[in-house]
Design a protein around this ligand. Structure first.
Ligand SMILES: Nc1ncnc2c1ncn2[C@@H]1O[C@H](COP(=O)(O)OP(=O)(O)OP(=O)(O)O)[C@@H](O)[C@H]1O
Ligand SMILES: [Mg+2]
Length: 323
């Protein structure tokens, strides 16, 4: 029986005047008990797809059904209930609380859901046993290996016994032996009553999969032509914390680059003008933008993909602000 059904899913982000479309009309099906692997290079949309399936991100168009229910149409309390009862999510970083033991970390979501301490402790111990950590329940994350921490995160995602387990790169940063442990565990968890969807760069993971969904990058095509952007004064080129794959040169006007402090005030970083470039750090290091860029005057910019930018870069570039 088809449990998970993704139909014609498209996600668009607006990134500095460009539309970035990591998912474009994607279809995915999974039967009950299957392990589905999302495979593809960085930036192809794996996290985006998992976020949509988890109900953390709303797609631009298309539908997602789980167990016959159109989960992509849920809002408000229905969506919150779906997230709580249907999905178990394991993020790219383990997100364990360092001051709590393995058991404390697994108990945390149960305590938040109002389950009493004794019951939560018993279930946490059972789940840690299930992921092979019976001997490590009282260790803090700092005293556990990467693979063990990952298994604690998986145990925590199982507290509500979710019929859908989503894991974003669960084997990243693990050595070969640790990878095997985590994969065997995920393979065992994909059994009747549950669908497991895992993203990875690593094609070894695909050997255990019932189904492999290969995502191809639809954005940052190396040959995308540079594009001229005309911005009115005050327009935002990109926001601090956002992801973007474009690097900009200033043709005319001025762009101010500033950091947004937690208290909402702005810390100026640089003002760049004709001939300067900015925004190279995020795309080159695959990091979120470390600052916001805004047109201080009416401005014209050329936006380059990283590949194009590297080809145009002069041998002796002007010292740019690093953002
Ligand atoms: N909130 C956002 N705003 C703008 N662009 C975004 C946003 N989130 C993701 N993107 C872009 O969408 C594309 C897909 O991103 P996503 O994080 O899904 O990739 P990924 O396959 O998970 O990559 P990785 O393997 O590096 O984790 C990238 O080009 C990214 O820059
Ligand atoms: Mg990702």
């Amino acid at each position: 029986m088809t449990m998970l059904e993704v139909r014609d899913l498209t996600v668009e982000f607006n990134s500095g005047g460009y539309v970035v479309r990591p998912l474009d009309g994607l279809d995915v099906d999974a039967e009950d008990g299957e392990l589905v692997v999302l495979l593809g290079p960085s930036g192809c949309g794996k996290t985006t797809l998992l976020s949509c399936i988890a109900g953390l991100l709303t797609a631009t168009s298309g539908t997602i059904r789980f167990a016959g229910r159109e989960t992509s149409a849920l809002t408000g309390v229905d969506l919150a209930a779906h997230r709580r009862h249907t999905d178990g999510v394991v993020f790219q970083a383990f997100n364990l609380i360092p001051s709590l033991t393995a058991k404390g970390n697994v108990m945390a979501p149960m305590r938040l859901a109002g389950i009493n301490r004794r019951q939560a402790a018993a279930r946490a111990e059972a789940l840690l046993g299930q992921v092979g950590l019976a001997e490590r329940v009282d260790h803090r994350p700092g005293a556990l290996s990467g693979g063990q921490q990952q298994r604690v995160a998986i145990a925590r995602s199982l507290v509500h016994d979710p019929p859908l387990l989503l894991a974003d790169e669960p084997t990243a940063h693990l050595d070969h032996i640790q990878v095997e442990g985590v994969l065997t565990l995920l393979r065992d968890l994909a059994s009747p009553g549950r669908v497991v969807v895992v993203s990875t760069h690593d094609d070894r993971v695909t050997q255990l999969a019932d189904r492999v969904v290969e995502l191809v990058p639809t954005t940052s095509s190396p040959d995308r032509e540079p594009e001229l952007l005309e911005l009115p004064a005050g327009a935002i080129v990109f926001e601090q914390g956002s992801r973007g794959d474009l690097i900009y040169t200033v043709e005319s006007g001025q762009i101010e680059v500033f950091r947004q402090r937690a208290d909402g005030t702005e810390e100026p970083v640089a003002v760049v003008g004709p001939g300067d470039y900015f925004g190279e750090l995020g795309p080159m290091l695959n990091l979120p933008r470390s600052a916001t860029a805004r047109a201080a005057t009416d401005a014209r910019l050329t936006a380059y993909t990283e590949h194009r930018f590297r080809r145009r870069i002069p041998t002796d570039p002007p010292a740019p602000p690093s953002v």
